[in-house]
Design a protein around this ligand. Structure first.
Ligand code: PMP
Length: 355
């Protein structure tokens, strides 16, 4: 740290993303990417003529893509906000609604970036403990006195709240913004996007990083009331109006045009998830019922960190978290059926050696 850094940031603990190793080729099941490539349409959209156009700035409002997303979700373009990944949107939401001592509420076990953004913006935040079984008693988020952030399905647990529970939270907080982070909703969750017309305090956040195979392109979007979307644009225009590059916009448009390909991938991933769960249960794993493209699993026969390290040694990368409440678990992204077969075989060997 330099002596020049503002004292506000000196104690900031930055977010630690999952490993993106460059040393060797792993079966990469650690950051919830899609195992399937973008569609042919998406690949074709990022062509030579688009690259030639890189000398020009992109449309700062991404109007063509915004319109396509609005049509897909049955809302107006004014209800859609695009950003450089959904992390960009979460950052703006904390900045807009929970900064400088304003309050925010999120679960104790959830996406790790919420507390980082809360600290970055000086939010007075409360982590609401999940139940013993990691389920969420949604009533604890009802009628609070600050912004609410709920990942649904939750990460890293994969557990999802039903739409009725989500609506209760939104309805009971009319004076605060409720952010429903739906990064994983396409793998079996229920989206709150249909409630945007009914509640002006709702912001639904989604991403192209998981179900739409575009993690490397950085594209997220949010659906909300015109007023909330207007707030976010104001902050975006006050930081970086060209936050989405031209190639990503082109890829995003072609991706929405080939939505059925991505729906097919989600179906495959859900099937592979269920196969993986049943195979790992046979090996004695306890696994939370997941509505996401990952599972959260532990096995009393082997320590969570030991399993993570041994798998890594053997070329399979999963995600292990060191915090007390979840250190027995590993979060395992669902890959292709072939990748998951390798995972199951390797785990079988590791466990046999461990006992
Ligand atoms: N929300 C949740 C719950 C996530 O797990 C992630 C992925 N790390 C994100 C948001 C951010 O995804 P991205 O910025 O790639 O859209």
């Amino acid at each position: 740290m330099s002596k020049f850094l503002d004292s506000r940031y000196s104690g900031l603990a930055a977010y630690v993303p999952g490993e993106q190793p460059q040393d060797k080729k792993y079966i990469k099941l650690n950051t919830n990417e899609s195992p399937y490539p973008p569609s042919e349409e998406t690949l074709a959209a990022v062509n030579k003529s688009q690259v030639e156009l890189l000398r020009l700035y992109p449309d700062p409002d991404g109007r063509a893509l915004t319109k396509k997303i609005a049509e897909l979700y049955g809302v107006e373009s004014e209800n859609i906000f695009l950003a450089n990944g959904s992390d960009d949107i979460l950052n703006f939401a904390f900045m807009a609604y929970c900064a400088n001592g304003r309050k925010s509420y999120f679960a104790d076990i959830t996406y790790g970036f919420y507390s980082v953004f809360a600290n970055l913006h000086g939010s007075d935040y409360t982590e609401i403990p999940l139940e013993e079984d990691f389920s969420s008693d949604y009533k604890k988020f009802c009628g609070v006195d600050g912004g609410v952030f709920i990942a649904n399905p939750n990460a890293p647990t994969g557990l999802a709240l039903g739409l009725d529970a989500v609506e209760e939270v939104i309805k009971s907080n009319p004076d605060n913004v409720v952010v429903i982070d739906e990064a994983y909703v396409d793998f079996g969750g229920e989206s709150a996007s249909s409630l945007v017309k009914k509640y002006d305090n709702l912001l639904v956040v989604q991403t192209f990083s998981k179900s739409r195979s575009m993690a490397g392109a950085r594209l997220g979007f949010a659906i909300g009331s015109k007023e909330i979307i207007g707030d976010l644009h104001k902050l975006r225009y006050s930081t970086n109006p060209y936050n989405i590059n031209r190639l990503t916009l082109a890829a995003g448009e072609a991706t929405i045009d080939s939505q059925s390909y991505y729906d097919g991938n989600c179906k495959k991933i859900i099937e592979t998830r269920e196969w993986t769960i049943s195979e790992l249960k046979k090996l004695g794993f306890e696994i939370l019922p997941s509505k996401a493209n990952f599972i959260f699993a532990k096995n009393d026969k082997i320590d969570g960190e030991k399993l993570y390290l041994e798998l890594k040694e053997q070329g399979v990368l999963v995600r292990h978290f060191t915090s007390q409440r979840i250190k027995a678990y590993n979060r395992i992204t669902i890959g292709t059926p072939e990748q998951m077969q390798v995972l199951v075989e390797k785990i079988k060997d590791i466990i046999t050696e461990a006992v």
